[in-house]
Design a protein. Structure first.
Length: 127
């Protein structure tokens, strides 16, 4: 059964709101006592949370591709990568957060791996 694009859009928007909520709580310094929000566990969180977002965003945008220097780039994951970079830069100016290239690289890794998993999943399903 093929899921409709509306399903993916709703799933992506709800997931994005969840991520924004987590960011807001972290920005307010309310995750200080939450052990999974600290190294090394935060790296796993970046990888998985942002990877799932990439997967959902790619489907919500209808798996559209854009050309960058004559290379096809998936629009949804590229859009979320830009959001991730902006969010990591924002952390540099917030008092309760710290910017980290490692966090960004784990986020980027999740975005790429979950995009790849989605592509393999689609091929196995014949989409």
């Amino acid at each position: 059964m093929k899921l409709s694009n509306k399903f993916w859009i709703v799933a992506c928007v709800l997931y994005f709101l969840m991520i924004l909520s987590i960011m807001l709580v972290a920005d307010m310094g309310l995750l200080v006592n939450f052990s999974l929000a600290h190294p090394p566990y935060d790296k796993v969180g970046h990888f998985v949370l942002y990877g799932i977002a990439s997967f959902l965003c790619h489907r919500a945008t209808g798996k559209k591709m854009m050309m960058v220097l004559n290379y096809p780039i998936p629009f949804g994951p590229a859009l979320f990568t830009m959001f991730t970079a902006g969010e990591e830069m924002l952390q540099a100016i917030l008092p309760n957060r710290t910017a980290s290239i490692e966090d960004f690289l784990f986020s980027l890794g999740g975005i790429l791996v979950f995009y790849w998993i989605g592509e393999v999943w689609d091929k196995k399903r014949g989409n």
